[in-house]
Design a protein around this ligand. Structure first.
Ligand code: SF4
Ligand code: SF4
Length: 115
């Protein structure tokens, strides 16, 4: 078989049938400001943990909102809960509380099980 030097790439789509948005719904119920996030990345730019690792709160928010909890659970413990991100968020998201609730919830399910 001829090889042409390229392959079909796996599509990167959001599968809402497979993804589990129950964690995001629970966070929003406990901390309604979670819904105000516009994924601007200001928090990630100032993040203490982001200075030393590839941690990004913006990415965590996106993963949680998409229902990709397993990927969020792998990274979320890098946050040091310092609270710097609250000071810079232009939308007034209580980011520290969002992270706290998300960590607590994901640690119970390890990102695998539905709530
Ligand atoms: S700074 Fe606020 S609005 Fe922007 S990505 Fe972070 S949490 Fe969302
Ligand atoms: S609370 Fe977490 S996400 Fe926010 S600035 Fe501190 S280390 Fe970064």
């Amino acid at each position: 078989m001829n090889k042409f030097g390229f392959t079909l790439s796996v599509p990167r789509v959001i599968d809402y049938d497979k993804n589990d948005r129950s964690v995001a719904d629970l966070i929003a119920a406990k901390e309604p400001t979670f819904r105000l996030c516009i994924e601007c990345g200001t928090c990630a730019a100032t993040c203490t943990a982001g200075n030393f690792t590839d941690f990004s709160l913006r990415e965590i928010n996106v993963l949680l909102r998409r229902g990709e909890n397993e990927a969020a659970a792998e990274k979320i413990n890098r946050c040091m809960l310092c609270g710097k991100c609250i000071l810079v968020c232009p939308r007034g998201v209580n980011t520290r509380n969002v992270l706290f609730i998300a960590r607590e919830t994901l640690s119970k399910t390890n990102g695998h099980e539905r709530l």
